[in-house]
Design a protein around this ligand. Structure first.
Ligand code: IMO
Ligand code: MG
Length: 425
């Protein structure tokens, strides 16, 4: 599998971290290509349980090069904390490199994220308040500072002064918030630069040389397709594209170099933050799934909204990512369920559709149409061969493949690295 993009198929938190940690055993390089520390990728492996926000999930293998690509927005304070935690727990981080082209999350970004959310009031997006949106705004507005700028004090200082004049004007006049000291930010970030110096580089040659040698490169997505800025439930979306197309831009390889696109889906649906979710269960069943699966945010600790698998969102996600295969996670959560519902279409304004609507107001009016499938009694967590799965579990997986128009090729049950089985084609 030379170059494979792993992308979130739903609203994030699909278990991308676990799938990547498992598959990275055979990889040479793992590249994060989008988002920032809004991501929370949980892995359970022989080193322990980890929640990574920025560092690629391949870091637990000493011979896998881990790259934070140009498409990521990097909060250096968070990155340094993450490196320190990994080191303390015996994980080697010398194989970590950060693109000098990646944009920096600055203190005014995190502050503005919070203030903007407060200002939105009832219409708040429910962001992770990590400064992601404001950092991507600056990137596109050409007022961003980049990781490489940390290594040039003069350039950094002059760019910072220019940008902060504008930010402080915004903070003080619109938000009535005290100004931030340029000197303090400058000193803090120069210190971050000194500590990160050996990780910062032009990552492009590393990635291309690895691909040219025929090595296996995994492109690690963050968030999920339904949070995409263009295709998600706008404006309840994140500020970068989680899609496979973005894997090319966010790492610096052309689309022709990607061999496979693996979508990661959970066997049910979750969403954290605001915005419509047609299959949301606001009842005991939703609570049951949340408690059984421990559906609380890895980044913010917020309870996640839970619901049945959404085949409409799934089909849409397969299409906009060009998925070639799917990894389905958390299937074991349904062990012991008498029956399981799966959404096969939406009724909206009297019409049946299997196409995900453009407008958020339309998505909010969609009523899911369900097919009810028989469940299974058996515990599936430790099954290591697809043929040993209960027939109803296999049937559930086949129904998902059919609905979304893409084959489920991997199943993940349980949190551990080795709890993963291949689905014969
Ligand atoms: P991983 O990589 C789930 C959600 C937030 C909010 C919206 C915008 O772990 O799958 P932002 O802070 O990005 O501006 O918030 O996006 N969100 C995620 N939800 N998993 C994630 O990442 C998310 N990253 C952002 O909850 O609704
Ligand atoms: Mg997460």
């Amino acid at each position: 599998m030379p170059v494979v993009a792993l992308v979130g198929g739903q609203w994030g938190d699909e278990g991308k971290g676990k799938v990547i940690d498992s598959l990275a055993a055979k990889a040479h390089m793992v590249v994060r290509y989008a988002g920032g520390d809004n991501a929370g990728h949980t892995t359970v492996n022989p080193h322990g349980t980890f929640r990574l926000h920025l560092i690629p999930s391949g870091i637990f293998y000493h011979d896998v090069r881990c790259v934070i690509g140009n498409g990521v927005v990097v909060n250096p304070a968070v990155l340094l904390r993450e490196i320190a935690e990994l080191r303390e727990r015996g994980v080697d981080t010398r194989n970590l490199v950060v693109s000098d082209r990646a944009h920096l999350i600055m203190p005014y970004h995190t502050l503005l994220d919070k203030l903007e959310e407060q200002r939105r009031g009832q219409g708040a997006i429910g962001t992770t308040q990590r400064g992601i949106g404001p950092a991507f705004v600056d990137k596109v507005a050409r007022t961003g500072l980049r990781v490489g700028d940390l290594l040039n004090a003069t350039v950094f200082r002059s760019r910072l002064e220019e940008v902060m004049e504008q930010k402080n004007a915004l903070l003080t006049s619109l938000y009535r918030h005290p100004a931030i000291s340029v000197d303090d930010v400058y000193k803090q970030y120069m210190d971050f630069g000194a500590q990160l110096r050996w990780h910062i580089t032009d990552t492009l040659p590393l990635i291309h040389d690895s691909i040219a040698r025929g090595e296996t490169v995994m492109l690690e997505g963050a968030q999920g397709a339904l949070l995409d800025t263009d295709f998600g439930t706008y404006p309840y979306v994140t500020s970068s594209s989680p899609l496979a197309g973005s894997a090319t831009l966010g790492s610096g390889i052309g689309p022709t170099l990607i061999d496979r696109v693996m979508g990661v889906f959970k066997a049910y649906a979750t969403r954290v933050g605001s915005g419509p979710m047609p299959t949301e269960l606001k009842d005991d069943m939703g609570d049951f799934i949340r408690e059984k699966a421990g559906e609380y945010g890895a980044t913010t600790g917020r309870p996640r909204r839970c619901g049945w698998f959404d085949g409409v969102g799934g089909k849409f996600s397969v299409r906009i990512n060009g998925m070639t295969e799917v990894a389905l996670t958390h299937l074991d959560i349904f062990d012991g369920f008498e029956s399981i519902k799966i959404c096969t279409g939406y009724m909206v304004d009297g019409n049946f559709t299997t196409d995900f609507p453009t407008r958020v107001e339309t998505v909010a009016r969609c009523e899911p149409v369900y097919e009810e499938l028989p469940g299974w009694e058996e515990r599936t967590e430790d099954i290591s061969d697809f043929r040993q799965l209960p027939v109803n579990a296999r049937n559930y997986v086949a129904t998902i493949s059919r609905l979304i128009g893409c084959n489920v090729s991997l199943l993940s049950m349980g949190p551990k690295r080795e709890q993963m089985i291949e689905v014969p084609s």
